[in-house]
Write a protein that binds this ligand. Sequence first.
Ligand SMILES: [Zn+2]
Ligand SMILES: [Zn+2]
Length: 352
Amino acid sequence: MFCVECGKEPDELYDGLCEDCYLKDVDVKVSSPIDIEVCTTCGAVREAHRWIERPDMDSIMLKRIEDSIEPSFDVDRYSFMADFYEEDPRNIHVELDVELKSRGLIKHTDKETKIIFKSGQCKVCSRIHGHYYEAIIQVRPTKKSMTDEQKQAVHDIINKEVEVKRGDERSIFVTSMEEKHGGLDYYMSDNGVSKKLAKRISEYFGGEITVSSKLAGREDGRNIYKVTYSVRIPAYERGDFVYHQGTVYRVKEIRTSSGHLILIEVKTGKTVTFDKRDIEDIKVIGGQDMVKKSVIVSEDEQEIKVLDPDDYKTKTLVKPEGYVTKGDTVRIIKYMDKIMLLTEEESNSKDI
Ligand SMILES: [Zn+2]
Ligand SMILES: [Zn+2]
């Protein structure tokens, strides 16, 4: 038994070769350079078609080196140790000690490669930068303009949700906000969140949503739509006083899903439920600022005499059923020169 290559006579032959001659062809190729694309804005690293946020750079470098190693066909297994030498922050020289196993034999070989960090922009950062949006949430008043309180309520609902969501999904953000037609336009990066928020806003105000979508382009073979959720805020809010067919009511609740409006008749304190479509002629006469205090002059079982806060004349009012006075004043509203007793508790006056 002798090696066909060098003529040595070893104990064992591998394909007719001694150990040294056999191991000469057992090798790996390492490609160089290895490019790693890093988002210049957020530091995310590109991996094929996706971007890894908050990457563990050491493990990414080792993985890329592993991917760049191409063993010859007779290598059964291999492992490597790497030493990194930073030439400058974008260029890393890498020295490798690669251990190869073939037919129970072990060979060590030194290799080198280079890692180059390339600048890129991840999908999320390019969307943020490029004013990307998938949906618009429009909030519109019924008349004139939204109040500052209404605008603030919309800001709070949207920003709170976006903040919570962004904890783990950076792709959710408010692209921009515009004041338009007395209302607000929120351009949103994410359609799913927008849908949810439009629903929440409509529930808050008791408004209605209309949805429309427009084909805006194509991405990865799919149609891209931009969706507009338009929320119309009704003229009245919870706690407002309204007038309908000769009767003054206070708005107790607006049920978006069923389209019901629950009102309290001010004169009697009774709760009445309307279908919103049946009372489209409803007129808003004021809000919490209509509520005033009036001094009690005298009272009996049926009636109560109070001072009109405007002209200090005594007015006689009929007591609603079960009405009990507390202290020496009563809460009233005045509409078309008439004083009406308010029956609900003061502590609940805003959130009736
Ligand atoms: Zn040999
Ligand atoms: Zn980025």
